[in-house]
Design a protein around this ligand. Structure first.
Ligand code: GDP
Length: 451
């Protein structure tokens, strides 16, 4: 039997041991497996308490089972959910019992969602949003994923695609109709109008975004500057704040290289370039390699100087702020923000902060400014349709092809039709309708097992 037709199972809840664990089964043999293990097929969509027994009638667990006959299920296939006690041995016993059925096997990562996608339960943008929701660390990431899961982008893309196909049908009819002469204006005009309107809409969606697709990865801020100005001290100061959500690369000797902050729902990764140093530990080496690569592409650089010795003039490039540290050693010792730019243009030149990384003065002000920068960077996000770089790229391709079709429409209808076909294909790819296997493989591999 082809792996696609096999019945799959996986633990869909978190890592054991846990109070309850949920094992999901999907495929044509789900019903047979449930009947064998539970002794009966439960009423559809009703939580049913059962004794699970293995093939030798030995008890596995006292469980609750749910039965969702296809196609009204998450995958579109027959689906069963086993809610069991979340001990490792209980779980192992159930998984062994399931694997004992012929043509029933453990699921690959994302395979449940992929089956749902292949059975038309959700389009690719919705599948991506589902993955984002599972991986959301901050509130804004969660809200964006939920918005995307409503399928707003998918709905728009489907509508655009249908309209493009209509427009190109008009043009192609014209081409057939005209034989040698020009395509009749009455066919071209409505098509052109439609394409122009569509082009405008797509441009708007592309422009109105901020960089909402970056919400998944977060904003990257690098702290850089001469040695001993206090970069690592600031980093530790940030890592100690309650907002720090993870510090994945803890250095062995002193401080962290990276700290991930949840700033008002925005994910912000701060990288300490002083913490980036040579190491023999292969695990740390990988951390260092990543930190270096990410620092090189930072969205914002905090250029740190010693308030005692250095002046900032000339250091501040666009998207770099000057942080004058050790103001506690200055006469008045108060934190200040010297901001020669206007309040909202956070990426402008000349933004300067006075802090004492050691005492914490001014650190809160710095973080507040980072929140404002993040707001600017990501856009309001409330009407953000684009959730991924992949989606943006395809929309940009669509926009370019529509623009070109508008340009050539009076000169060569065949060329215009060709561009329109390309635009429809790009939108189809956005929805996952015309994508080749390997791209789907890449997207779904990122998912969790059991999803
Ligand atoms: P880095 O090399 O830029 O990472 O600098 P460090 O964070 O290692 O700090 C260098 C030295 O400056 C250390 O001795 C810190 O204790 C000291 N230092 C850091 N921040 C401050 C500060 O705000 N005030 C004072 N007085 N000393 C500081």
């Amino acid at each position: 039997m082809h792996p696609r037709e096999q019945t799959i199972f996986a633990l869909s809840s978190g890592r054991p041991p846990s109070a309850i664990a949920m094992v999901r089964v999907s495929g044509p043999l789900a019903g047979i497996a449930v009947t064998a293990l539970a002794g009966k097929l439960p009423t559809p969509r009703m939580a049913t308490r059962v004794q699970l027994r293995d093939a030798g009638q030995q008890p596995i667990d006292d469980a609750v089972v749910l039965w969702f006959p296809g196609p009204a299920s998450a995958t579109g296939e027959d689906v069963a959910e086993f809610h069991i006690h979340g001990g490792r041995a209980v779980l192992a016993a159930l998984l062994v019992a399931l694997a004992a059925f012929e043509n029933v096997r453990a699921a690959e990562p994302g395979e449940f969602t992929r089956r749902g996608f292949e059975n038309g339960k959700l389009d690719l943008t919705e599948a991506e949003a589902l993955d984002d929701l599972i991986h959301a660390d901050t509130d804004r990431q969660r809200r964006q994923a939920l918005r995307q899961m409503k399928g707003l982008l998918g709905d728009r893309a489907r509508d655009w695609r249908a309209q493009i196909i209509e427009a190109s049908a008009l043009i192609e009819a014209g081409i057939d109709f005209s034989d040698e002469g020009d395509v009749p204006r009455e066919l071209i005009e409505p098509a052109l109008e439609k394409i122009k309107a569509l082009h405008g809409e797509i441009q708007q969606v592309l422009a109105a975004q901020g960089r909402s697709e970056r919400l998944r990865e977060g904003l990257v801020v690098a702290i850089a500057g001469p040695p001993n100005v206090g970069k690592s001290t600031l980093m530790n100061q940030l890592a100690r704040r309650e907002v720090a959500i993870v510090s994945p690369h803890a250095g062995t000797t002193r401080d962290v290289i990276e700290v991930q902050l949840d700033l008002d729902g925005y994910p912000v990764t701060v990288i300490d370039t002083a913490g980036i140093r040579e190491t023999d530990d292969p695990v740390e080496q990988e951390g260092v390699r990543r930190a270096r690569a990410r620092a090189a592409e930072a969205d914002l650089v905090l250029w740190m100087i010693d308030a005692q010795h250095e002046s900032a003039r000339g250091e501040a490039a666009a998207s770099a702020w000057v942080v004058r540290n050790k103001i506690d050693l200055e006469g008045d010792g108060t934190a200040s923000r010297r901001d020669s730019a206007n309040g909202s243009g956070m990426a402008d030149r000349g933004i300067e902060f006075g802090v004492s990384a050691a005492r914490g003065d001014g650190v809160q002000e710095l973080m507040t400014a980072l929140v404002m920068f993040a707001q600017d960077f990501f856009g309001s996000g409330e009407d953000g349709l684009i959730g991924r770089v992949r989606q943006r790229k395809l929309l940009q391709e669509t926009e370019v092809m529509l623009r070109r079709s508008i340009e050539v429409i009076g000169k060569g209808e065949e060329l215009a039709a060709e561009e329109l076909r390309g635009a429809a294909v790009a939108l189809g790819r956005l929805l996952g309708r015309v994508d080749v296997e390997d791209i789907l493989d890449v997207i779904f591999r990122e998912f969790c097992v059991g999803k």
